[in-house]
Design a protein around this ligand. Structure first.
Ligand SMILES: Cc1cc2nc3c(=O)[nH]c(=O)nc-3n(C[C@H](O)[C@H](O)[C@H](O)COP(=O)(O)OP(=O)(O)OC[C@H]3O[C@@H](n4cnc5c(N)ncnc54)[C@H](O)[C@@H]3O)c2cc1C
Length: 413
């Protein structure tokens, strides 16, 4: 099942998972050829800055490249050629250009695609570039979605001088279900402090061009489009229909409503896909059960992710998976995984979370306050601490992560 040291590894997807798998293979001693096949034209790049510094205009694409020019990966990169099919016997793939590649092992690392409700989305550098060059200054912006990506994007839009930013989300408060009430309240307050309006409890159903006709219920003093006379810099061009029957007008609409695994190209393969999400199903080393075929990153659902023990769609999880997968692919036993970890930057506040937050039945404030942007909260299950979240609490979160080891007794509970 493992790859010989001289075996040819095909990695499908030149993103975070693909890059780190190749890097780990080399670090762990693989000397055989590695080919990374990517659909994008760019060198492999890191995505988190797309909703933050890149969108703000304070960093450029070349700053996001994953490969180290001082220590470049010894691999063959193939760009701008999406893989369209996978064969298990013989083991290999076919690309859109009609080329076949045969390998001794295949790692599927095709990530995810943004769900697109309408307006802008942010997944690729092209998405971010379209928004980066959009006239945001003075614009009425509506961001759809209540997750970290939506909140980060809303924060960046205010930094870019948007006239108004409204976040539309199904939850009453941002992150309420996943992070608990104290954190949700703190996030809500943080965004309000910076002028972001959070419209909770209403789901966005559709985005359509605004009709341009006078609408009922326009407040007195506003023009026919419902705009305040002092804020008529840009045309109101889109209308977001909400589940409660209302609609909101916007110059710029951004959907941050999640992502779907980029696995449609596997529909006719032997690889098992999750019936709900379409993610590649694997064990906790990334092995699909089909000899030679592995998967990691946002396109995959590892066994522990299926049970909710580990998060899906986060940077650290992807990097950790790449390391574990490489070890297993080379015939070793991956060491126990670190506690899950994720972060987000919003209005100059860094939010870091570690541990099994999804399993918590209690949330306790350890330090700071909901109003102070300095909250530190503990997540407990049956009275045992299983996770932590800090807002601008880097030292405490780092200390917590260092002190932790995965405790099987807690996981099994
Ligand atoms: C805007 C944004 C901000 C984020 N911010 C954070 C953050 O603050 N904190 C955090 O923890 N996580 C964050 N994340 C999540 C993190 O970036 C992802 O978890 C990570 O990028 C997943 O890596 P991946 O390699 O699985 O997928 P990707 O990085 O998406 O890479 C997949 C690659 O495969 C390519 N591909 C797809 N289909 C094919 C095909 N058929 N053939 C060939 N190539 C293909 C794609 O074009 C892409 O280049 C963010 C993500 C985004 C989009």
């Amino acid at each position: 099942m493992s790859l010989t040291p001289q075996g040819h590894l095909l990695i499908i997807g030149a993103g975070l998972a693909g890059y780190h798998t190749a890097r780990q293979m080399r670090t762990q001693g693989h000397t055989g050829p590695i080919t990374i096949l990517g659909a994008e034209a760019h060198p492999a790049y890191d995505r988190p800055a797309l909703s933050k510094a890149y969108l703000c205009g304070t960093t450029d694409l070349c700053d996001l490249y994953l490969d180290d020019p001082c220590d470049p990966l010894d691999v063959r990169w193939v760009r701008s050629d999406a893989v369209i099919g996978l064969s298990a016997e013989p083991l290999g793939v076919q690309t859109a250009s009609g080329t076949f590649y045969l390998g001794d092992a295949v790692v599927i690392a095709t990530g995810a695609e943004a769900r697109r409700l309408g307006g802008h989305a942010i997944r690729s550098v092209e998405d971010a570039e379209a928004l980066r060059t959009a006239p945001l200054a003075g614009a009425q912006v509506v961001v759809i979605g209540g997750g970290f990506l939506a909140l980060e994007t809303a924060a960046t839009c205010t930094a870019r001088g948007a006239g108004s930013v409204t976040v539309v989300a199904g939850e009453e408060l941002p992150g309420l279900r996943r992070l608990g009430r104290p954190v949700a309240q703190a996030l809500h307050r943080l965004h309000e402090q910076h002028g972001v309006r959070f419209l909770g409890g209403a789901r966005a159903l559709s985005v359509a061009p605004a009709s341009g006709e006078a609408r009922p219920g326009i407040p007195k003093g506003c023009d026919a489009e419902g705009r305040d006379p002092v804020d008529q810099r840009s045309e109101v061009s889109q209308s977001v229909a909400l589940s409660d029957g209302r609609s909101i007008q916007a110059d710029v609409v951004i959907s941050a409503v999640g992502a779907v695994p980029a696995t449609r190209w596997l529909n006719r393969s032997a690889v098992a896909l999750d019936p709900v999400t379409g993610a590649v199903l694997t064990d906790d080393t990334g092995f699909t059960g089909i000899p030679g075929i592995w998967a990691a990153g946002d396109c995959a659902l590892w066994a522990a992710q299926r049970t909710g023990l580990r998060p899906v769609g986060h940077w650290q999880e992807t990097v950790d998976q790449a390391q574990a997968l490489a070890t297993a692919l080379l015939g070793g036993s991956p060491p126990p995984r670190q506690e899950p970890y994720l972060w987000s930057d919003q209005h100059h506040v860094t939010i870091q979370a570690a541990g099994m937050l999804a399993l918590a039945d209690e949330v306790q404030i350890l330090a700071g306050s909901v109003a102070g942007n300095d909250l530190l909260v503990s997540y407990l299950r049956g009275g045992t601490e299983i996770g932590i979240l800090g807002m601008n609490r880097m030292r405490e979160v780092v200390r917590w992560r260092r002190s932790r080891r995965i405790r099987p007794a807690v996981l099994a509970a």
